[in-house]
Design a protein around this ligand. Structure first.
Ligand code: HEM
Length: 374
């Protein structure tokens, strides 16, 4: 077969897939009961089992990757660009429905911000990947949902608005296919009308993202959280996009860290933190993290400003401190309780993975307070 014919056939298949995404609707989607109420959660009957299986699978992958005697890293987002100091400044005069939890009144919290690449097997920075932004607010009063940290509130975000698999069973099936080195079987298993084309498209987009400046892009929680009685998602955006950095023509493996350090050695950086209210429990579901909440229907509302001061962050000691932090959406006030199946699974998983890596590395976990300097 000549080259042109192969290209035509490939183009034909790709356009067929795109049309099919439109027709099939891109499933899988979670069935949302017609009478569901705003903010309501409903777990799947076998969720406890799915959670246990997810946890065991992640732990076994981790143990295989980092055998006893080696230094264990995070299962997801192991590659940190750095942990930088910041402050989280709650805006004054928020309306009563938003002035809950850490947003209760105008005040500032110290933050450790961890920036990461998502891939479990670290890729070069120039490769497409999902980027993580984890915020740990410190000095937060009030009872927490997990016992291991007393004064912290964590927010975890990525640079993509949805998860490819929106519920615990779908996440487990996708993960299971991936670790058995047959990821395509998840997307293209069974008859064509059961293919998970929407999830496939999301994975391609999510993992294909190339970035030059980690502080110049939007981040999303993807999953919902409680805010008082309502459900919200979080979003974080640069106060002003600058576009000053490009991916170098001949990039080093870790140029994102260099760009970050270059920028922070010259200036402080400002980002805005938003909440997006759930306006419709069906179109903006709590239990399906694969569904994007339409920003035209519910415009994100600015509730805090994050200031990242000019700084040097790239010392060995600070990087080691960064490695020894643990972030989980369940380091949280009950006013910000994580919602939905994916978040419920994360409760058991993050604690177990962090406990395992700390034990293997002989580290006693210590809650940070924000005054650490290196
Ligand atoms: C069932 C779904 C998920 C599972 C099983 C999972 C698993 C994990 C694990 C095991 C870690 C490493 C934890 C540690 O060792 O400290 C991690 C880190 C992370 N995850 Fe997830 N994750 C899930 C969903 C999500 C979602 C929906 C987001 C969206 C924001 C997310 C964002 C992150 C980020 C940003 C980190 C890095 C945290 C840090 O900097 O320490 N994950 N995830």
């Amino acid at each position: 077969m000549n080259k042109t014919r192969v290209t035509v056939i490939i183009l034909f298949i790709i356009s067929g897939l795109i049309v099919a995404i439109g027709i099939v609707g891109g499933g899988p989607t979670v069935k949302i009961p017609a009478d569901t109420k705003p903010g309501a959660e409903y777990s799947q009957p076998n969720e406890a089992e799915i959670t246990a299986q997810t946890k065991e699978m992640l732990l076994s992958v981790l143990k295989e990757k980092y055998p006893a005697g080696t230094s264990a890293r995070r299962d997801a987002h192991p590659l940190a660009h750095g942990c930088v100091r910041a402050s989280f400044q709650v805006l004054p005069d928020l309306p009563a429905n938003l002035a809950k939890g850490v947003f209760y009144k105008e005040r500032s919290y110290p933050v450790w911000m961890r920036l990461s690449n998502g891939s479990a097997d670290p890729k070069k920075d120039a490769d497409g990947d999902v980027r993580g932004m984890a915020l740990k607010l410190m000095g937060v009063p009030g009872p927490k949902l997990l016992p291991d940290e007393i004064y912290t509130q964590d927010f975890l975000l990525i640079n993509y608005p949805v998860m490819p698999a929106g519920s615990p069973d779908e996440y487990l099936a996708l993960f299971d296919a991936a670790i058995h080195k047959r990821p395509m079987s998840y997307f293209f298993g069974g008859m064509p009308w059961n293919w998970k084309l929407g999830a496939f498209q999301k994975v391609l987009e999510l993992r294909g993202q190339k970035v030059a400046d980690l502080l110049d892009i939007d981040y999303f929680s993807t999953t919902p959280y409680r805010l008082g009685e309502q459900a919200v998602k979080y979003k974080l955006s640069p106060c002003q996009k600058k576009g000053e950095y490009q991916i170098p023509a001949d990039p080093t493996d870790r140029f994102l860290r260099d760009n970050l350090q270059d920028r922070l050695s010259k200036e402080s950086v400002c980002m805005d933190f938003y909440v997006q209210l759930q306006k419709d429990p069906i179109a903006m579901p709590v239990e399906d993290a694969a569904v994007r909440w339409d920003e035209k229907v519910s415009v994100p509302i600015k509730v805090a400003r994050i200031e990242i001061p000019q700084q040097e962050f790239n010392s060995e000691k600070q990087n080691q401190f960064c490695e020894q932090l643990s972030y989980t959406p369940w380091h949280s006030l009950k006013e910000h309780q994580p919602l939905g199946g994916i978040n419920r699974v994360r409760k058991a998983v993050y604690s177990a993975i962090a406990a395992h890596r700390f034990e293997q590395n002989g580290v006693t976990p210590a809650e940070p307070f924000g005054s650490e300097r290196f």
